[in-house]
Design a protein around this ligand. Structure first.
Ligand code: AVW
Length: 250
């Protein structure tokens, strides 16, 4: 009897976990008008539910990411980033100048969330899931790889990347930006990549940094490369001052 009660309580706890996660998913999704969020949820959970949490490859999200029309090109407004999450999102949330992956419906729904499934279970778990680096094919890491691929595939015109000028190597070939997004920028769609190197008062890195030369080399031939050092306070000024036109932020 005791075991039966414990099993029911545990079952309800797990059910609760799925429901809390799903509630967050649907609530965040419904901030975007004109989408069938229940349908998006079903396409999302089929990627990892019932799977070993280290055995979910990025292809598991193909249906969600490529067949549901969730990534629409925003030519000249697409913003990539690496090691600048806070400053870039502070800016894109306050001003309409640029669009990051986390401002699109899928990116915004899943930003900062953790989830995984378990073999033999139809639940979504939010604890006990693998850390980012614990295994390559974990549901969270595979999702961001898949979504980043789709986001870069639709990039067009002049695209921007905010990189961190306060670290010795602003461009890491193994980062998602370096290993996925840069490689998928295609010169038939994308005219230029404009690096905004975010610097602090005591500048550690500038546009002559060796890692940025690697970035330039990694670009598809035909995509122009530019780099500009911009202070964090200049970006913050633009974030908080609607009177500054987007084109005059830096
Ligand atoms: P990042 P990326 N543990 O700042 O170029 C947990 O390095 O990779 O930039 N989470 C991690 C880890 C880790 N070790 N490493 C990365 N992440 C997650 C999507 C975490 O959420 C956009 F389109 C961290 O905030 C950008 O252009 C995020 O990955 C591009 O990919 C970024 O790590 C940024 O990826």
């Amino acid at each position: 009897f005791v075991i039966a009660v414990l099993a029911i309580v545990l079952g309800l706890t797990l059910r609760q976990k799925t429901n809390t996660f799903k509630t967050t998913f649907i609530a965040r999704c419904e901030r975007f008008k004109g989408y069938d969020c229940e349908n998006i949820w079903v396409a999302f959970e089929q990627a990892y539910v019932g799977q070993d949490a280290c055995n979910v490859p990025m292809e598991a999200y193909d249906h969600l990411v490529t067949n549901m029309g969730l990534f629409k090109p925003a030519c000249n407004r697409m913003m990539f980033w690496s090691k600048t999450k806070d400053v870039v999102h502070d800016f894109t949330k306050k001003r309409d100048c640029f669009l990051t992956l986390e401002d699109t419906i899928l990116g915004s729904v899943l930003d900062s969330l953790t989830w995984c499934g378990k073999e033999g279970s139809s639940d979504t778990f939010t604890t006990g899931c693998p850390e980012w680096n614990y295994c390559e094919n974990n549901p969270v890491r595979s999702f961001w790889k898949s979504a980043s691929s789709a986001f870069a595939d639709v990039a067009c015109g002049n695209v921007t990347a905010m990189l961190n000028g306060s670290i010795p190597t602003p461009f890491h070939p193994a980062s998602i930006f370096g290993s996925i997004e840069v490689k998928r920028l295609n010169s038939t769609r994308t005219r230029s990549l404009n690096v905004v190197l975010v610097t602090q008062k005591n500048m550690l890195t500038n546009c002559t940094n060796a890692s940025l030369k690697e970035l330039e080399k990694a670009l598809d031939e035909g995509i122009k490369y530019n780099c500009k050092e911009v202070t964090e306070s200049q970006i913050q000024d633009c974030s908080s001052n609607e009177d500054i036109p987007c084109g005059a932020c830096w």
